[in-house]
Design a protein around this ligand. Structure first.
Ligand code: CU
Length: 182
């Protein structure tokens, strides 16, 4: 099973300092304490507000917060569009480029797991992908899976999601293909 970030994780963001050594070039040594503390208080309030906003933006409560690596792609290797599948049973082969494939629950940067959407549109991008016959999860990190479809025309599309089954931002999905079971 492959489980590797193909892209090194981004440099961690430096923690926000709540200290007040200076204020935008303001030379505190030359000024009365009252002015320094007033300006320092303003800076602390600003830092606090910025920290709260960034924590809200990255909290799990706000979905779709896992960033997809720039240039990453998800695609169906097999079957091809328009493929006729005589008995309706086949191996779906799932491709990913620029992003690693890991089991669900693995917290690493630049990884995800595959989902196949059968005869359905893309689900909302900022919510957990449903788990039903139209939305199949490959949470063990599979890159191929045996599928069985009833006679008829079927659409198939891949959608990658993060460790919590929520699509990345921006979402990574394949083209829709149609397969025909006679
Ligand atoms: Cu999933």
């Amino acid at each position: 099973m492959r489980c590797a970030a193909e892209i090194p994780p981004p440099t961690p963001i430096a923690p926000v300092s709540m200290g007040c050594p200076s204020y935008d070039g303001f030379d505190m040594a030359l000024c009365p304490d009252s002015i320094f503390w007033m300006r320092c208080a303003v800076k602390r309030v600003r830092l606090f507000a910025t920290t709260v906003v960034s924590l809200l933006a990255t909290s799990g409560a706000l979905a779709g917060s896992t960033t997809s690596p720039l240039g990453a792609k998800v695609y169906i290797i097999w079957p091809s569009d328009g493929q006729v599948i005589p008995d309706g049973e086949f191996w779906l082969r799932m491709g990913a480029r620029g992003i690693g494939v890991c089991p669900a629950g693995v917290k690493m940067a630049n990884v995800g797991h595959h989902h196949v959407i059968i005869d359905a549109p893309l689900p909302p991008p900022n919510q957990e992908i449903p788990n039903d016959p139209n939305h199949r999860h490959f949470g063990r990190g599979q890159t191929e899976a045996r599928l069985q479809l009833r006679p008829g025309r079927h659409t198939i599309q891949l959608l990658m999601a993060d460790q919590d089954h929520i699509p990345h931002d921006p979402p990574l999905y394949s083209k829709v293909i149609t397969v025909i079971v006679p």
